[in-house]
Design a protein around this ligand. Structure first.
Ligand SMILES: CC(=O)N[C@@H]([C@@H](O)[C@H](O)[C@H](O)CO)[C@@H](O)CC(=O)C(=O)O
Length: 307
């Protein structure tokens, strides 16, 4: 099957958690039920695999391949698009994962900036992205901007400058940053076939006002149903309803942040809400204490009675 060249990526995209066994090995058996949960209970039909939420930087290349392959296999006929994040510290590893994404018929790839040795200019980062794309030249390609995690603070808009000349199948940016001016400038620079996807879930509504075409985030794993309603309310001009839902998400996250919200807590919240067995996170991220997860799950249920 040819990759989704003409399918613009819009709407909600869940940044998936990586299922682990209690022994800390990747747990491929949980991927099928996870996909069913997203499509049937959350109405989420796109996934972003092996990203930050998926703990990609704590996985080996072999594990990332196994996971990507299983996500693609199980998503066939169920999900609209599966985007595989292939960014690594090493260009060689990123290229290997990009080649593999072609073989497994992923719908697109995304690449984060290396963050140990950081690119010093937008041009250096663009060249890195280009080199990765060169082994998967006809696969839709997204730049993954997440400055708080990478420490690479150059504006995403600078990275996009003339990028299509280098990467003909460039299809957009996954923007997980708070700088809405930079995001707006990315939207304004977007070609009609590109997508500007926003990744700070607690302020999605502001990004929609700025012109976001969709959203990628961890919380869409368990509040996807409600965020679909938020987006639909926004599309219909019902800003009051959109704000009501956004405020609930903010209340959940601010409550969770006061108790200590990290990937381990986030993953445990997903376990509690979904009933899936995604296991603990991998070190150095610590597992979430049971009472903390229960308190946040309780808050979740008090805010969102539907699920
Ligand atoms: C730093 C971080 O993990 N950000 C999340 C958000 O979804 C985030 O969890 C959410 O906004 C809550 O703060 C996403 O942007 C990350 C993401 O999409 C990914 O897993 O690749």
């Amino acid at each position: 099957m040819a990759p989704a060249l003409d399918k613009k990526l819009t709407g909600l995209v869940a940044a998936t958690f990586t299922p682990f066994t209690t022994q800390g090995e990747i747990n491929l058996a949980e991927i099928g039920p996870y996909i069913d949960y997203l499509t049937e209970k959350q109405g989420v039909n796109n996934i972003f695999v092996n990203g930050t939420t998926g703990e990609s930087m704590s996985l080996s290349v072999a594990e990332r391949k196994d996971l990507a392959e299983e996500w693609c296999r199980k998503a066939k006929g169920k999900m609209d698009q599966v985007i595989i994040h292939v960014g690594c510290m090493s260009l060689t590893d990123s290229k290997e994962l990009a080649r593999h994404a072609v073989q497994i018929e992923a719908d697109g790839i995304a690449v984060i900036s290396p963050s140990f040795f950081k690119p010093s200019t937008a041009d250096a980062l663009r060249t890195f992205l280009y080199q990765v794309s060169s082994v998967a030249p006809t696969l839709p390609f997204y730049y993954y901007h997440i400055p708080a995690v990478t420490g690479v603070n150059m504006p995403a808009r600078d990275v996009l400058e003339n990028i299509e000349e280098l990467i003909p199948f460039f299809r957009g940016v996954k923007f997980s940053g708070n700088d809405l001016m930079d995001f707006g400038q990315c939207v304004s620079y977007c070609q009609p076939h590109w997508s500007a996807l926003y990744g700070v879930d607690e302020q999605l509504l502001a990004a929609l006002a700025m012109g976001a075409h969709g959203a990628v985030g961890s919380t869409y794993n368990y509040v996807g149903y409600h965020v679909n309603e938020l987006m639909s309310a926004f599309d219909h001009g019902d800003i009051i309803q959109a704000r009501t839902i956004q405020f609930k998400i903010q209340e959940l996250l601010s409550y969770a942040k006061k108790l200590g919200f990290d990937l381990g807590v986030n993953k445990q919240l997903m376990n509690e809400v979904s009933g899936l067995s995604l296991g603990p996170p991998r070190l150095p991220v610590m597992p979430c204490p049971v009472d903390q997860a229960l308190a946040i799950a309780q808050k979740y249920h008090s805010l969102f009675s539907k699920n």
